[in-house]
Design a protein around this ligand. Structure first.
Ligand code: SAH
Length: 248
């Protein structure tokens, strides 16, 4: 899968994505991540790509033409289809695991990052397919947001993680949160790993994880739980855990 990030700060994106799991996936050729400097398409010797806002207001706005030229450099418009273009924006729909799964099906994604006050609407109307936000707050630029999107999509692409189980059981994949996890030693600060985890009984472990994942969802994100149709027996087990927790 190929990601092309259109940005005024390509180093920020390259630096973040060249490390760890995503960096290794790129080395293995599973992913290709290209950061394109919009300034290279400024058309002037100063590399100026922004200007003051019509209608007043503080700050600078990125201009149409450099963004348009940077985007156009990514494909041969006469012979290739236009790649799917996402604009990182606090006005976009908020990224979810479901959305990331949907985006992971594309062969080529272009991610456009704004900076300063953002980008002139006219070029957005021409090239962007969808706006995506990473949350209801405002960042100084889309670069960090683009890295979040690429990271989240990439870990679902075959070969990036050791196996699909590595992500399929994680929080949000099945509509609820992951259960608590434990590693060695068995006892730490007098706290024991739950017996079932050491039992070797895979069916029981699976059920423990399911119930405790649902229990954590109930306590932390009741909004998510209301979308699941839980059986009376599941509720009974969750109430038992709740009783145990309250007795601690
Ligand atoms: N004037 C804009 C904010 C500009 S912030 C507004 O009020 O909507 C500068 C850039 O940072 C944006 O163009 C966008 O690319 C990025 N950005 C800011 N907050 C973001 C968020 N929550 N999610 C994704 N990108 C964001």
């Amino acid at each position: 899968m190929k990601f092309s990030v259109l940005t005024l700060f390509p180093e920020q994106v390259k630096h973040f994505l060249s490390e760890s799991i995503i960096g290794r996936a790129e080395e293995k050729g599973i992913l290709s991540i290209d950061a394109v400097d919009i300034r290279d398409f400024s058309g002037n010797k100063y590399g100026k790509v922004d200007d003051t806002l019509f209608g007043g207001g503080t700050g600078m706005l990125m201009q149409c033409e450099p963004v348009y030229q940077a985007f156009s450099s990514l494909y041969d418009a006469g012979n290739e289809p236009k790649p799917h273009c996402i604009f990182m924006s606090p006005k976009g729909s908020v990224l979810t695991q479901e959305k990331a799964k949907e985006l992971s099906k594309y062969d080529h994604l272009v991610i456009l990052c704004g900076h300063y006050e953002g980008i002139d609407q006219r070029v957005l109307d021409e090239i962007v397919d969808e706006d995506l936000s990473i949350g209801d707050y405002v960042l100084t630029g889309g670069e960090v947001a683009a890295c979040v999107v690429i990271d989240c999509i990439s870990r679902m692409i075959e070969g990036v993680l050791p196996n699909s189980e590595a992500y399929e059981e994680e929080s949000h994949m099945q509509g609820y949160l992951e259960a608590p996890q434990y590693t060695k030693p068995n006892v730490w600060h007098d706290k024991r790993v739950p017996d079932v985890m050491l039992s070797g009984n895979h069916a029981k472990i699976k059920e423990w994880k399911r119930i405790h994942g649902l229990y954590d969802t109930w306590k932390r994100r009741p909004d998510m739980l209301s979308k699941l149709n839980l059986s009376p027996d599941t509720w009974k087990q969750m109430l038992l855990i709740d009783q145990e927790e309250n007795e601690k």
